[in-house]
Ligand binder design. Structure first.
Ligand code: MF3
Ligand code: CO
Length: 260
């Protein structure tokens, strides 16, 4: 396995890429409305990337045709933006990556549009908490399995399924680097974490069974039982203390929040 340890200049580039990803995801979240086509979100993402002089991590990746993944309800990941209209009551997962100065940032979140059911709310809340649990477990000297186990424990303690067929990953010059970061596993096992490792953690949780199916377009992944799915992702750097979240949002003042 080739696990790259990034130096300070590389982490700084990843911080810039991560900030672009966080800012654009924030704009997308604020823009999402019932009646909107998913392609409109991709258009916004591409315009905002260009405005920042950044490139898409996704477009052209193994032939992927867009800069954003938009996955709705039972869609887990890799929904291709198109003519589908977002409706009130949908839960919409947005996954987005940007390249700045040759380094990648990758993050995702799930948004509730309009009034969604209690189960959908709990699923979204638990998935973001599972990501936080994974980040808290990402410590130099610890093991990759500590992250995986923390995510799995939190998800399953709330009765949700953890997708097995897709995982988090190392990230840097390439969007996908070694190692794989599964969302299930055993604490104390696997690769030892070291300062300068950069990882994308991305729990994908289901309200029902964790098994998935690949759609006819060869991209979109749905739950096999059509239960709801949620997805949150951050790019992080292992440090000597708490992991640094490279795709964290800039703290906003109340005035800036209300202007969004
Ligand atoms: N962001 C996804 C991941 O976390 C990758 C999207 S696949 C692509 O690995 F084809 F759209 F790029
Ligand atoms: Co990713």
């Amino acid at each position: 396995m080739v696990i790259t340890i990034k130096n300070e200049a590389e982490i700084a580039a990843m911080r810039r890429a991560g900030r672009v990803v966080a800012d654009i995801l924030e704009i997308l979240e604020a823009s999402i409305r019932p009646g909107m086509k998913t392609s409109e979100l991709n258009d916004i993402a591409e315009r905002e990337l260009a405005a920042r002089g950044a490139r898409s991590s996704f477009k052209g990746y193994h032939g992927y045709p867009a800069s954003l993944c938009v996955s709705i309800n039972d869609q887990v990941v890799h929904g291709i933006p198109g003519t589908r209209t977002i409706e009130s009551g949908d839960i919409v997962s947005l996954d987005f990556g940007a390249i700045v100065d040759d380094y990648n940032g990758d993050a995702a979140l799930t948004v509730a549009v309009g009034e969604v059911g209690l189960q959908a709310k709990r699923l979204i809340q638990t998935t973001t908490e599972a990501l936080s649990a994974g980040i808290a477990a990402a410590r130099a000297g610890g093991r990759l399995g500590d992250i995986s186990a923390a995510i799995q424990r939190h998800a399953e303690s709330r009765g949700f399924g953890v997708v097995r067929e897709y995982t988090g990953h190392g990230i840097g010059r390439a969007m996908h680097e070694e190692p794989l970061v599964p969302n299930f596993g055993h604490a104390g096992e696997g690769l030892q974490l070291k300062p300068g490792m950069t990882l994308a953690l991305e729990p994908m949780l289901t309200a029902g069974d964790w098994r998935t199916r690949l759609g006819a377009d060869g991209w979109v992944v749905t739950t096999a039982d059509h239960s709801l799915a949620a997805h949150f992702e951050h790019t992080i750097a292992i440090t000597n203390g708490k992991a640094e979240v490279l795709t964290a949002r800039e703290p906003k003042t109340a005035a800036e929040e209300s202007a969004l």
